[in-house]
Every structure is written in C-alpha cells, then in structure tokens.
Design a protein around this ligand. Sequence first.
Ligand code: LMR
Length: 396
Amino acid sequence: LFASVEMAPRDPILGLNEQFNADPNPKKVNLGVGVYTDDQGKLPLLKCVAAAEKQMSEAPKARGYLPIDGIVAYDKAVQGLVFGAEHPAVKGGRIATAQAIGGTGGLKLGADFLKRLQPNAQVLISDPSWENHRALFETAGFPVDVYPYYDAANRGINFEGMIAKLKAAAAGTIVLLHACCHNPTGYDLTDAQWDEVIAVIKAQGLIPFLDMAYQGFGNGIAEDGAVVIKFLDAGLSYFVSTSFSKSFSLYGERVGALSIVSETAEECGRVLSQLKRVIRTNYSNPPTHGAQVVAMVLTSPELRKMWEDELAEMRDRIKVMRGALVENLQAAGVQGDLSYITRQKGMFSYSGLNAPQMQRLRSEFGVYGVDSGRICVAALNTGNLKYVADAIKAVM
Ligand code: LMR
C-alpha cells in the first residue's frame, strides 16, 4: 500500500527543532522556531496563566463537548481584544468569531471556508512570508502567488512593487497580510501605507485575510491591533486569524481564533453557520483548557493587567536583545549599518544571511535559524548573545 509513498522534506521551521534536539553540541542555540524564552533561556509560564489555572484547579469541572465554535466567553473576549468591545461592528453583531486550533487553525478554517465560497480564487502572500502560508493555502486547493514585500537592497519594504501587484490582481483575489510583526522580515507597513493598501483592496474588490500571530510584540497590544480596526473602519468584509501561542506563552495549548467581518448581522449569522460546518467536518469542536485560561485572563481585570505587564516585559526584553545583538555583532567585527535590526518588529530578525550561511551556522556552531536567514531574536539572551554574534561573523 505504501510502496509509492515518498519521503516528505522536513518542515522548514518545526523540522529544525528535531535537528536541534538531536544535536550533541553543548553550545547549541535554537533561533529557528518563533518561541520566546527568557534571559535564562527558559520558556516562561506566565504568572497570569498560572493564576488562572490555580483558580480552575480549585473548582475542577467535567469536560463536556464545547459548542462547535468554541467557548462563548472566549469568542467574545477575543472580539473585544481584536476589534474593541465598543466598536459598532462588534455591538452590531457583524463579526463571527470561532475558537480555533491556534493561529494556524484559524488560517485553515478561513482557507477551507473561502474554498467553498470562492473556489476559483487565487491567493497572494508576501514575498517572503511565513513558510506555512503557501503550503496551507495550496493544501486548501488554491493557487498561491506572491506580492513583492522585502527589499533586500534597502533593508525594508518594496512598497511600490507590493501596490503594483495588488492593483493588477483580479477581483476576488485573496490577499494574505501580516497585521503586525511581519514574519519573517520584521518590517511592518506604516500607517499611511496601510491606508493605501486598504484603498487598493477596496478599489480592486480583493479579499483581505489578516494573520495576527504576534499582537503585543511590536509596539503594544492596541498599537499592533490598530491595522485590524483600520480595515473595520474602511467598511470591508474580511478575515482575521489570531493566535495566543506567543502572547500567552501557550504554544502547546493551540489557542487561536478566526474572525470573519460581514456587512450585516444577518449576513454574519449565515457566515457563522457555514463556518461551523467547516469546523464540524474538520475536528468537530475545539478543546477546552487553553481557551478557558485565555478567557479567564482577558475577562478578569486583575489577571488582564498581569498579562499586559508580562507581555510588555517580553516585548521590552526582545528590544533590549536587538540592541545587544547590534553591539555584539559590531564587537565581533561586523561592519556596516546594522540599525535595521532595531527597526525590525516582533520576534524575528531577517539577517540577510543566505541558506548556505545558515547551514554553516547550524553545522559548525549549533546555531539554528531558518534557511531564509530568519533568526528568532526572542531566543537570544545574555548567555548566548556573544556566541551567536561571533558565529554570525564567522559565516559572513
Ligand atoms: C514560526 O514562524 O516560527 C512560528 O509561527 C511557529 C510555526 O508554527 O512555524
């Protein structure tokens, strides 16, 4: 039966974890996957999460099936966080939010939903994008093309190229956009550039799909979420996939959501009914624990404050590491303008190193980053910075 099954290539991001775990090098550093570790190199259990779990363990509950679209209080809390509880679109019942299996799950639900709605559409993702975007939309049955994004020569965004591609796209094209902390480049559009993108999307009749996996890791929770509200205020119908893997350090719980903004509450009811069919035929209904934790934290003023402070602490530490990486690279003898590292937002720095250089970093130094040149700054710490900087210098 399986004689013709070919060996699949390893996943470009998660496959690195397997390689890293098997590496006997005592100095190895994992800058591959987008995971935040603290200055001791440990994955944090946030205090707000521990406090919510303590409350839950003091009043243990049986685990029945959840509604198909997830915990009602969770979906409501996500809407409040992402769109603002007082926004007329939220109050007017124009947004359908369903709990999803992480941000990836939210993307997949949206992709499957769109395949039923717009079976012949094309998907455009940024060049480059998160490695899984292309695979995920292709697996859902869409042809996937790219719009220009990274400008290597200027260490920034090729905005003209991006706009030109969007202007040339056919009506009904699905455009995948990173709401904040672009993965992998770390370069985000300015406010004015977002306005221009929104105007083109409107004029061309494109379908926006926002991926927001790093809210709070750029400039702040509200600041990073501002783009989502811009689309709302523009009166567009669109999709938003959100993730709490990073912002709650709940990677393994797979807590995310998909929100779909419709024109009217009546339309929204029909959209939600179809979305529930997609969920039911994929995994029936979502799991209880992680979403319960997030809902408790977001709805308790005390725990919410704790979360916002802890998220700010992670964000600030990453910024300190960016500055320290620049200093350590300079100390290692790397010449030139390195200010791009502190301009980039979120967990990643797009180093500009090529695949052979990234492979050398792994094989000679046990420093793991993605072949695209992406390194996770959120996994740097005072103990590994110098080693990493020296290794980067050595392969340059
Ligand atoms: C990443 O980009 O490293 C994260 O989003 C984790 C993943 O699933 O790839």
